[in-house]
Design a protein around this ligand. Structure first.
Ligand code: ZN
Length: 191
């Protein structure tokens, strides 16, 4: 795929997603409930093939020249604070995803920016300033690390929601209906 057509595909998907967020979220959740073991197997295989290798390569590179990375990071941070912050958010969410061995899709900095732009940078649950990415369908319950499963949230809401499904978390009355009506995984009932 060329760079241009990739970008077009991304825009097309983002538009479709923005229009149809509730339905897509329910679809994704249902797919993950139905295919959990298949997904976990695929993720494990991918992880062994790519992620561990990349991690090893990065570690070796860093060990060979730690000063180089520190200097580069500091320079980037000074020049473009917001971009670095978005990248950090993307990385933190991806790290949480890897730690729980769930499905990890590619979530780029542009995606993170788009997710935050969707609410104007406010928490989807309470409207405060969002500083984190919430996995709507929690990673620990088989939710994917993918753009359609991420939403901007403030620290308090994200921590309070923790590993509850949007429908299970009654912490704030402003949880959107499209999110709170997500199906529960097999064997679980609403409290
Ligand atoms: Zn909040």
């Amino acid at each position: 795929m060329t760079q241009g057509s990739k970008e077009k595909e991304r825009v097309r998907r983002a538009l479709r997603y923005a229009k149809d967020r509730g339905r897509i979220l329910r679809q994704v959740a249902a797919y993950h409930v139905a295919n959990r073991s298949k997904i976990l197997e695929r993720v494990a295989a991918h992880r062994i093939a790519h992620v561990e290798q990349a991690r090893m390569r990065d570690a070796l590179r860093y060990a060979a020249n730690p000063e180089k990375k520190r200097t580069r990071d500091a320079a980037r941070r000074a020049v473009n604070t917001e971009e670095v912050r978005e990248k950090d958010r993307a990385r933190a969410a991806a790290r949480r995803a890897l730690e729980s061995s769930c499905s990890v899709g590619a979530v780029t900095v542009a995606d993170v920016r788009a997710i935050f732009a969707e609410t104007g940078g406010t928490c989807i649950y309470c409207g405060d300033v969002a500083t984190e990415l919430d996995h709507l369908f929690p990673l620990s319950r088989g939710g994917p690390h993918a753009i359609h499963n991420l939403a901007p949230a403030c620290r308090s809401c994200n921590a309070s929601k923790h590993n509850k499904l949007p429908g299970e978390w009654k912490g704030r009355p402003t949880v959107p209906q499209s999110v709170s009506s997500l199906p529960l995984p097999a064997g679980k009932t609403k409290p």
